[in-house]
Design a protein around this ligand. Structure first.
Ligand code: ZN
Length: 184
């Protein structure tokens, strides 16, 4: 089922999300719905707060990029109770967008290597060092679990430049091809 995506201004996007237990109701269905919602909106990642749930569940699909980055062929993963333990490596700038911030694309500086801990869909724990593009996507998505959005990383000047678009979202105006839930 395709779910509406919560847009900037929705309080759930500013909450610190909670870990879940293996008996979380209908978890398999929730994950399937998150993948479907992300695919429909042409996203590479979606965090549960973006569909209104303050829990630590993230889906990522990098297969869509595998023509340019063959290492991500068939890469579709679920991250449950995900936590970043450390951001390392070199700081790299790259343009980002977010399904909860339609129409905004800005360059964001992030470390290119991270140490993460999470559970997969079978509730098996993983402790990994992740590098490259995936490390960026994970930082963007896991930020959502802390109530952080990529625009929080921008300089005051860039923030000023996108103020009009953000204010429009607060008034319920969001231009995109997928269904959204604005505050108004
Ligand atoms: Zn996002």
């Amino acid at each position: 089922m395709i779910l509406p995506i919560y847009v900037y201004g929705q309080p759930v996007l500013r909450k610190v999300a909670e870990d879940i237990t293996p008996d979380y109701p209908n978890l398999k269905e929730l994950i399937a719905n998150m993948f479907e919602t992300m695919d429909h909106a042409d996203g590479v990642g979606l965090a549960a707060p973006q569909i209104g749930l303050p829990i630590r569940v993230v889906v990522v699909d990098l297969d869509v990029l595998s023509e340019d980055m063959p290492e991500y062929k068939d890469f579709r993963k679920v991250y449950i109770n995900a936590h970043i333990l450390e951001v390392m490596g070199e700081e790299v700038s790259m343009e980002e967008g977010c399904l909860s911030l339609p129409g905004i694309h800005e360059s964001v500086k992030r470390g290119d290597k991270i140490h993460v801990r999470y559970l997969d869909e079978n509730m098996v724990e993983h402790d990994e060092i992740v590098e490259g593009y995936l490390a960026r996507v994970m930082q963007h998505e896991f930020d959502h679990l802390e109530g952080t959005m990529f625009i929080d990383h921008l300089s005051p000047l860039r923030k000023q430049m996108i103020k009009g678009k953000l204010n429009a979202m607060l008034k319920g105006k969001a231009r995109c091809s997928y269904r959204v839930k604005t505050v108004k």
